[in-house]
Design a binder for this molecule. Structure first.
Ligand SMILES: [Zn+2]
Length: 231
């Protein structure tokens, strides 16, 4: 799960913080800040991108128009998360924590809980359960309508092909082309793990996807604790 920065409330042409009359009006500002990707599963979003309320608006009407309560979500993540009553401390969040430190990405596997004494594995599992990120065929709650696993697998396949092409023809142009493909596909975490040993590619990926939280990496793109976060 890509750690992202939403930033402060956007300002209008009078340099005043924007006041949204409808939460859906925040969509384009959120996309500009964080790219048009689901904040949870990282799929590249189509025109049906949803403004996601971290604290569900039905239970927290005071936060329905609250910029700091917004993320972006695909239909699957949004509907699985639903109206569950949220205590932020029960989960890791892409806008607060270095969520990269919570999950392991492996080919042909759903995102898994990392084995790290610094990470609260129950909290990671709660995070996976909240959005169903680990649902693949065979999972008791898997639905045929949920194609996130398939899109993630496709991204793995393409990222691995791009990595093998780079081994044959490694140039700045090829690297930029690889980033263009990654931007179009989404699943940033998959790309980052495929190119984990290639610091230059990791740096390009971090820069290319809008809103990636730079504070989650050191100069060698190792994952570091996020200031203010639980991870
Ligand atoms: Zn999603």
């Amino acid at each position: 799960m890509r750690p992202v920065i939403r930033g402060d409330v956007p300002v209008n042409h009078n340099h005043q913080p924007v006041v949204y009359n409808d939460y859906k009006d925040a969509r384009d500002d959120l996309i500009e800040r964080m790219g048009d990707y689901c904040s949870y599963c990282e799929v590249a979003l189509n025109s049906q991108v949803d403004v996601e309320h971290v604290l569900p608006k039905s239970l927290n009407p005071d936060h329905e128009l609250d910029w700091s309560n917004f993320l972006l979500a695909c239909g699957n993540c949004n509907s699985i998360k639903g109206n569950k009553d949220i205590d932020l401390a029960d989960y890791y969040w892409p806008d607060i924590d270095n969520t990269l430190r919570a999950l392991v990405y492996e080919k042909d596997m759903p995102p898994q809980v990392v084995d790290d004494p610094d990470v609260d594995s129950d909290r990671v599992q709660e995070t996976l359960d909240l959005t169903g990120l680990d649902r693949i065929p065979g999972h008791p709650k898997f639905s045929d309508r949920d194609r996130r696993w398939l899109k993630r697998m496709e991204a793995w396949g393409i990222a691995l092909r791009v990595a093998s092409l780079l081994k044959v023809d490694d140039s700045d142009e090829m690297r930029e082309m690889a980033i263009e493909v990654a931007i179009g596909r989404g699943f940033w975490s998959v790309w980052l793990h495929v190119f984990y040993d290639d610091i230059d590619m990791c740096q390009r990926l971090i820069k290319a996807f809008p809103g990636t939280a730079l504070e989650c990496f050191d100069d060698d793109t190792n994952f570091v604790p996020r200031p203010g976060g639980a991870l």
